[in-house]
Design a protein around this ligand. Structure first.
Ligand code: 13P
Ligand code: SF4
Length: 357
């Protein structure tokens, strides 16, 4: 990093003192992580944002949906800032609110809506979270998806019953959790494709399904393949394969361990010196882990998969501009969710925060 910019960033950060709180997601660049007051996965960062009522400015180094959630969970007096407004998430963009409203109409038409609870992954727009809150559902993250799914199924007769969950927008997290953690079968899962009439499903398929999975995925994690797991096991005997649950079902099933970014960090911290690991998640995090654990062998599960390009948009120049603007009394790139969506999205987020464990 440019030493001048580093110095300016630290000076602006110091000038703001307790007025600002800087959150950094684990996929952020090193130069940004160095300036974060706290780092975490989506769940931890949502809780941290909600726990800082004294901070006037929440500077969110992450992506748009995370900053929206922070705005929803903080008071009206607090201002949430995203250093680059182009830091979106391609997965969150795969579920537009109009498409989700239309999908719900399809479920109503098929006579299954009253037995269906929506669960939305944190990686979704505030409008989708609000839809979920209005329909009695919950938000989840990669660290509590199994708890959220059990809670949702319990509302409609339990995992053993006939009730359903509409899971948005990540089909992989939904399928992996339902099949590998709740014991449902692959046949219990159907994929609702918003680009096809009736989601590409018949009324009978909707009636028989237990998990209605939105056709969305992460463009980074979707690139890891089962072949990568086979290849690394052949190349590195005894390797532990550790992946994020946004990976495809066959990848997660072939791996040894699966969990959120925070879980991945803790697993490496607890690992034996000399042990070998292949990590299937975003590259900034894997590189940092490799540097932090020089006593372990840390491999990237697929060397052709790269950074999350939108997470990477937040860089030192954007952060310096943001912090210096705040010092000068100008709030730039503020993220504000409209009041009605914020109310209902908060219902779904509070439901998540109230889940056990
Ligand atoms: P975590 O909740 O594990 O931090 O993941 C967020 C994310 O965007 C993964 O792609
Ligand atoms: Fe979205 Fe995937 Fe990037 Fe996470 S890694 S922010 S899910 S595009």
């Amino acid at each position: 990093s440019d030493p001048d910019l580093v110095e300016r960033a630290h000076a602006a950060r110091a000038a703001l003192g307790d007025r600002a709180f800087v959150l950094g997601h684990h996929y952020q660049r090193d130069e940004v992580i160095d300036l974060a007051d706290v780092t975490g996965d989506s769940f931890k960062l949502a809780r941290e944002a909600a726990a800082r009522p004294e901070a006037e400015f929440i500077v969110f180094c992450g992506v748009h949906f995370m900053a929206e959630s922070a705005d929803i969970l903080t008071s009206d007096a607090q201002q949430v800032v995203l250093p680059d407004l182009a830091a979106g998430c391609s997965m969150a963009d795969m579920a537009a609110i109009d498409q989700v409203e239309d999908a719900w109409d399809v479920l109503v038409e098929a006579g299954v809506a009253e037995d269906t609870v929506p669960v939305t992954y944190m990686n979704s727009t505030a409008a989708i979270k609000a839809f979920t809150g209005r329909h009695g559902g919950t938000v989840c993250t990669s660290s509590n998806a199994h708890v959220a799914l059990r809670w949702a199924f319990d509302k409609v007769g339990g995992v053993e019953g006939t009730g359903k969950v509409l899971f948005m927008p990540d089909q992989h997290l939904g399928r992996n959790t339902a099949v590998n953690q709740l014991g449902l079968s692959l046949d219990d899962c159907v994929v609702f494709d918003p680009r096809r009439p009736n989601g590409g499903l018949t009324a009978q398929q909707l009636k028989d399904a237990r998990m209605i999975l939105w056709r969305g995925h992460c463009s980074v994690h979707g690139r890891f393949s089962e072949r990568n797991v086979t290849d690394i096991r052949a190349a590195v005997p005894g390797v532990h394969v550790l992946v994020h649950p946004e990976c495809k079902h066959e990848v997660v099933t072939a791996a040894d361990m699966v969990g959120s970014t925070e879980y991945i960090i803790q697993a490496l911290a607890a690992a034996e010196p000399g042990s070998s690991w292949a990590i299937g998640t975003e590259l900034n995090l894997v590189r940092r882990l490799a540097r932090a654990h020089a006593d372990k062998q840390v491999h990237y599960l697929d060397s052709t998969v790269c950074f999350c390009s939108t997470m990477n948009r937040i860089d030192l120049p954007h952060l310096v501009w943001t912090l210096e603007s705040l010092v000068a009394g100008r709030v730039v790139n503020r993220i504000v969710v409209d009041a009605d969506d914020a109310h209902w999205a908060r219902v779904a987020l509070d439901q998540m925060l109230a889940l056990p464990g």
